[in-house]
Design a protein around this ligand. Structure first.
Ligand code: KIV
Length: 262
């Protein structure tokens, strides 16, 4: 992949049955690794709260924090589409504030698009942001910002409601939709129904693409690992081994050696 990914690229990929790959990232070095691997979309997710800030939910994450991290990611992403995730209470309090906050992601952080959670309830918000020329990715199913309303992080199984949410966000102008925590057959049906690409997380293999939280995939998250996560490597184990070896070598006078001295 040598040209920047745009919304047109993603539509074409869906039409041609080519799977879309997406991952989260929160800073320059990891964004560069993801981009170098040819991943199509980097989402600067509000999962930042849990995997970087050590919070127990995404709710405390602020707009200013999201702008800061999106700016770092933008510098590492030569070709991947960078999507800024709108944090809790940055779009729920009114359409005008939602448009202004969405604009900050493009103006101050260099994002290409924004993502927000919700279905039928956020139609007016998606319409207003897209009318301002800002591409919006929707996010339905298990929406972590509504954790208290859902009574926990639970798989969402109401097929009629999910299909209605999906149709409504597409009609409102969303260029793509994340399907999170949805049984595979329902996600497959939504994917067949919509013209816009679906990106799944815990939604089976029939979505048009897949997304994971980078720290989960790399084994950097030592908290609860959900069933839908595949850890491709255990970087936290490797990192801890390296850190213990450093400690030992300093204490034993092995490091720094001649080759690291002037
Ligand atoms: O915040 C996030 O990282 C997300 C993805 C898990 C889709 O919303």
């Amino acid at each position: 992949m040598s040209t920047p990914v745009t919304v047109t690229t993603l539509y074409r990929m869906k039409q041609q049955g080519e799977k879309i790959t997406a991952l989260t990232a929160y800073d320059f070095p990891f964004a560069k690794m993801v981009d170098d691997a040819g991943i199509h979309i980097i989402l600067v997710g509000d999962s930042l709260g849990m995997v970087v800030q050590g919070e127990t939910s995404t709710l405390p994450v602020t707009m200013d924090e999201m702008i800061y991290h999106t700016r770092l990611v933008r510098k590492g992403a030569a070709n991947a589409m960078v999507i800024g995730d709108m944090p809790f209470m940055s779009y729920q309090t009114g359409v005008a504030q939602a448009v202004a906050n969405a604009g900050r992601f493009l103006k101050e952080a260099g994002a290409t698009a924004v993502k927000l959670e919700g279905g039928a309830g956020v139609v007016a918000t998606i319409e207003a942001i897209t009318a301002a020329g800002i591409p919006v990715q929707a996010h339905i199913g298990l929406t972590p910002q509504s954790v208290h309303q859902m009574g926990g992080y639970k798989v969402q199984r109401d097929e009629d409601r999910l299909l209605e949410d999906a149709r409504k966000v597409e009609a409102a102008g969303a260029f793509s939709v994340i399907l999170e925590g949805i049984p595979s057959p329902i996600a497959a049906k939504i994917t067949q129904t919509l013209k816009i690409p679906t990106i799944g997380i815990g939604a089976g293999s029939d979505c048009d693409g897949q997304i994971l939280v980078l720290h989960d995939l790399l084994g950097l998250n030592e908290r609860h690992v959900p069933k839908f996560v595949k850890q491709y490597v255990k970087l936290s184990t490797a990192a801890k081994e390296a850190l213990s070896t450093y400690k030992q070598e300093v204490q034993q006078g092995v490091f720094p050696g001649e080759e690291h001295s002037y």
